[in-house]
Write a protein that binds this ligand. Structure first.
Ligand code: CO
Length: 139
């Protein structure tokens, strides 16, 4: 079942600069900053009502975020949106059986220790969509 928009992710070429910018825009500090080794990113989260803005900065030249920024000549921009679901594995099986192209056929662990999986933009009208499931032991 789909629950809510968990976060909207923005790729940024300078993390401290972007945190400063969003502190000004939102009038608060990020609630959480975390390095996600698996995705080679450092992520800063700002809560906005029921959802979050996630600033994503690459920690390695072979990070997917480095590639994204290169393709945009170094400019940041909207990178993906994340929908929170329950029963992530069965969601993925269902989508696969419908012919949806998945980047991750099995969940992996993302920020906050949550199970996540990405759907290919070819199957979503050009938008990278992440699915995530709350890790109940964590929060
Ligand atoms: Co995300």
């Amino acid at each position: 079942m789909f629950k809510k928009v968990d976060h909207i992710a923005i790729a940024v070429p300078e993390l401290e600069e972007a945190i400063h910018l969003y502190k000004g825009l939102l009038g608060k500090e990020p609630e959480h900053v975390e390095e996600v080794a698996d995705q080679k990113v450092r992520a800063a989260f700002f809560g906005v009502g029921e959802t979050n803005l996630e600033l994503l900065f690459p920690t390695s030249p072979d990070s997917p975020i480095s590639k994204f920024l290169e393709d945009r000549k170094g400019r940041g921009g909207l990178h993906h949106l994340c929908l929170q679901v329950t029963g992530l594995e069965s969601h993925l099986q269902q989508l696969k059986s419908q012919g949806v192209q998945l980047i991750d056929e099995k969940p992996r662990i993302g920020a906050h220790g949550k199970k996540i999986a990405f759907i290919h933009p070819k199957s979503t009208g050009g938008v990278l969509i992440e699915l995530s499931e709350e890790n109940k032991s964590c929060h």
